[in-house]
Write a protein that binds this ligand. Structure first.
Ligand code: DGL
Length: 265
């Protein structure tokens, strides 16, 4: 039996998580909801973020009869999980920046967290660092510009290398050996980030760990054959008034047969 899985983010970042889940659990019904009308979430007022996410996701879960919801957004996960779990009876999986594995992996005991300005300043993140990386020096970098660069790339627009170099200059100057990509948009730029930072810094994200968590929560469903993208079984829903042709094309290539606007509430 296949399951209905709803993956949520502010923009294209959650697709990095969806791809990991889909690889581990092919043949399920995938729905991708992204709130691009209010992107970037890293700049959003906390109360508005919580209210908006609950108002958008709750009716969608009912409408789709989703078996599980994945909040594939670190920024939202730092705030909205308790409120969402209160409203929903299905499991809600959040994303946690890979601080714990990074601290274990770092030989120099010096790591970095690259995330949105929202994630960087949350108590949730401070507690995570305190709990799992107390033995390390942890440097924090917040950037919404990087989020927008990932959006640009997925929409098919070129990325100017100098722009990325400028944004990552503070990371380049550090002597860390592991950098956590604590925003789901950033794995979309992994190749480009790696090119700028070089071999000396290992990049870590949480996509594969989230996929394993989803598989466990669904009771380790049997392997099914993924017929997408040929039959385009996945559906994507966005909240902005319009989306670019480039983004539409990218979603189609990823196997989304339905690409539809929904109201942001
Ligand atoms: N992809 C999101 C995250 O993981 C949020 C990006 C944004 O909207 O600022 O944090």
């Amino acid at each position: 039996m296949s399951h209905t899985i709803l993956v949520f983010d502010s923009g294209v970042g959650g697709l990095s998580v969806l791809q990991e889940i889909r690889q581990l659990l092919p043949g399920q019904h995938y729905h991708y909801l992204f709130d691009n009308a209010r992107l970037p979430y890293g700049e959003l007022e906390e109360s508005e973020l919580i209210r908006g996410c609950v108002a958008l996701i709750t009716p969608m879960v009912a409408q789709l009869k989703a078996d599980i919801v994945v909040i594939a957004c670190n920024t939202a996960s730092t705030l909205v999980l308790p409120a969402l779990r209160q409203q929903l009876s299905v499991p809600v999986v959040g994303v946690v920046p890979a601080i714990k594995p990074a601290a274990q992996l770092s030989v120099r005991q010096h790591i970095g967290l690259l995330a949105t300005p929202g994630t960087i300043k949350r108590r949730y993140t401070q507690e995570l660092i305190h709990r799992y990386a107390d033995n390390c020096r942890v440097e924090l970098f917040g950037s919404s510009e990087l989020v927008m660069l990932a959006e640009q790339k997925i929409a098919g627009m070129p990325i100017v290398p100098q722009q990325l170099q400028k944004l990552l200059a503070p990371v380049c100057q550090s002597s860390m050996d592991v950098l956590v990509l604590g925003c789901t948009h950033f794995p979309m730029l992994k190749t480009e980030i790696h090119q700028v930072l070089g071999e000396g810094i290992q990049l870590l994200d949480s996509g594969a760990a989230i996929a394993r968590r989803v598989k466990t929560l669904l009771g380790n469903p049997p392997q099914l054959i993924d017929t997408a993208p040929e039959t385009k079984t996945a559906a994507a829903y966005y909240t902005a008034a319009v989306i670019s042709e480039g983004l539409k094309q990218c979603l189609q290539q990823l196997g989304f047969g339905t690409i539809q606007h929904v109201c942001k509430h």
